[in-house]
Design a protein around this ligand. Sequence first.
Ligand code: CP
Ligand code: NVA
Length: 327
Amino acid sequence: MDLKGKDLLKLFDFTPDEILYLIDMAADLKAKKKRGEATLYHPGKNIALIFEKTSTRTRCSFEVAANDLGMHTTFLDPSASQIGKKESIADTARVLGRLYDGIEYRGFDQSIVEEIARYADVPVWNGLTNQFHPTQVLADALTIREKFDRIKGIRLTYMGDARYNMGNSLMVLCSKLGMHFTACTCRKYFPDPEIVEECKKLCLQSGGSVTLTEDTDQGVKDADVVYTDVWVSMGEPDQIWEERIHDLLPYQVNAALMEKAGKDAVFMHCLPAFHDLNTTTGKQISEKFGLNELEVTDEVFESARSVVFDEAENRMHTIKAVMNATL
Ligand code: CP
Ligand code: NVA
């Protein structure tokens, strides 16, 4: 398997074997890290990390992984670069492509990261766009394999806003790897029909399936994984909170919902999560709408079924695999 020079923009661009190869490599790199073995496979290389939206996990994972591979990083936040304001995406990509061995981009529309990849002659990695979050779902696949010892045939139910980056990316992951994906939410938040159609075609090959349902009983029945994400994503206006809470509260992941899932079901979330009042946003929402927890209750978040911090750790190991394989 040779992925050198390949961009990671969305999982649609990867074959199932390529995805499994990255997951295997991540597991191997994780084992090496736990044993304290050095993995300085790319000494002296330099990578640029462009973040037009905030981040904890993705940024830190790229930085730690790069360091573990012997590389240096430059972090560019929106205020510290000319990107899109004084310099076009295409020009920026051509400049950074001359200076760096790889470029990570987190931002808004998928077309931006695709444009960077078109103009930069080095691997470009999508660190989250409005449409896709591929490095997150690679970490999720590794986590699922660690918990269930298999990926194919796993039933994953996504609760909440299934039209956005996480819903889309999980649906593609499941369709590629033969998992059963269910979006359980009100119709308005069902994923884009075009992406659903593409995924259904992939399922014909992989043995996976895609189901969209508004019914929570049907949605989580026999689920191995119950997954959710924030109801309002980065870049969306604060005014939509009221509508989202109204629409998505019936799809909150709480103890009663987890009871209806498979008996060994785990809870997953890409994080950050609103499960208590220990955040500024959490407090503001609570004052305005009288809710102390949103997409997931604190009870489920803190329960033995919750594997959210394994997912968070696996971000680093999978991002390391992506860089190692493509550089
Ligand atoms: N899950 C995730 O991408 O987290 P950050 O926004 O902290 O990078
Ligand atoms: N849907 C979320 C994912 C965060 C990792 C967002 O885009 O803000």
